[in-house]
Design a protein around this ligand. Structure first.
Ligand code: BYC
Length: 318
């Protein structure tokens, strides 16, 4: 006799409570599937759109070495997008459908990529702060309850650590260079600090998804917990670089054993995630153009796959 929905739901809850993984063939509540598709799609889109701000500097990298490093990093982001679209596909969606939703502005991507990259120091600061924030947020996702997402995150996190270090190494070179280079690093840090804090999402009190995602062990920490962890980790790094973080309220709180810090501008955050950030229109237009220009590649790949299948099965391709 087939199990009832109640029995299937009990097995699901037990699996979560025992800290085991839910796999694609397992029964799962529709809302769990929908939440994962939303988060993984948003994450995949972020990796793909995230190629644009840094890609902007590949042709203007100051040396062959810097160009090779930046090329490798941007290529890694494309790879991360691919692993994540593959993880989303295990939930019964198609990556073509997700891309259509992205370019139709129906699915989100990380707010951080709607800010411009105005100087080469931004490449270092993105590695240091943006990839640093990404690591803080993503390491706990390696223990997410959904198997394919958790496994994709393990590899992604290893590569993100390299990205963070390349950013920090670039900044170390710049702060040990000329006064103009040090100023570039400070100016870039001033622009990216607050948007980096916003990457963790709204404050817990305004986060509609956190409670349920924590109960399902998709998220392991709240947005505010991870933001605090990021600040605590980053302040000593800023001191080592000799860079000031643009927050007059930032100070060590002996009692809490954490840094206190100011409130990001949540109105700015809301504007950016609802499409009115400095680069939203530009990022989506670029992605749309790349999708249209790539139509012939998808067509060729499809024709090739059909030919291979026809060869294997002895049928002639239509
Ligand atoms: N930007 O209830 P909440 C990278 C949305 S890629 C835009 O807290 P949740 C990298 C949220 O989707 C980094 N939207 O949501 C790549 C929700 O909207 P909907 C990407 C945001 O899901 C290239 C609403 O606000 N990382 O590192 O529980 C180069 C309410 O929020 C943002 C990931 O995607 C935001 N910052 O928590 C370099 C990590 N924050 O869908 C680096 C995976 C919130 O209800 N994602 N929203 O309309 C997560 O961990 C979680 O989804 C979040 C948000 C913590 C981001």
């Amino acid at each position: 006799m087939a199990a009832t929905e109640q029995e299937l739901s009990a097995v699901f809850e037990q699996t979560i409570a025992a800290d085991q993984r839910i796999e694609p063939r397992d029964w799962m509540p529709e809302a769990y599937r929908r939440t994962l598709i939303r988060q993984i799609a948003q994450h995949a889109h972020s990796e793909i759109i995230g190629m644009q701000p840094e890609g902007n500097w590949i042709l203007r990298a100051p040396s062959l070495r810097r160009k090779a490093i930046l090329l490798a990093k941007v290529q890694d982001e494309a790879g991360h997008g691919m692993y994540l679209y593959a993880a989303a596909e295990t939930l019964g969606v198609d990556r073509a459908e997700l891309t259509e939703k992205l370019i139709a502005n129906k699915q989100k991507y990380s707010s951080i990529f709607n800010y411009p990259t105005l100087s080469y120091a931004d490449v270092g600061v993105i590695g240091w702060l943006v990839d640093g924030a990404a690591i803080c947020n993503q390491v706990p996702l390696c223990r997410c309850s959904y198997g394919p997402y958790a496994r994709a995150m393990i590899r992604i996190c290893k590569e993100e650590s390299f990205h963070q270090r390349q950013g920090y190494e670039l900044l170390l070179a710049m702060v040990n260079g000329t006064e103009a280079q040090r100023e570039m690093v400070q100016e870039s840090t001033n622009r990216f600090w607050w948007p980096s804090l916003m990457m963790f999402g709204p404050p817990d009190g305004d986060s509609p998804n956190t409670r349920q995602s924590m109960a399902w062990r998709i998220k392991r920490h709240t947005n505010d917990e991870l933001r605090q962890r990021f600040v605590d980790m980053t302040v000593p790094q800023s001191e080592a670089l000799g860079v000031t973080l643009p927050d007059p309220d930032l100070r060590w709180n002996e009692e809490r054993g954490h840094y206190d810090f100011g409130e990001p501008d949540w109105d700015e955050f809301k504007a950016v995630i609802s499409g009115s950030g400095p680069c939203n229109a530009q990022r989506l237009a670029h992605r749309r153009r790349a999708h249209e220009n790539g139509a012939w590649v998808r067509e060729a790949a499809r024709a090739y796959a059909e030919k291979q299948t026809a060869k294997r099965t002895g049928r002639v391709a239509a």
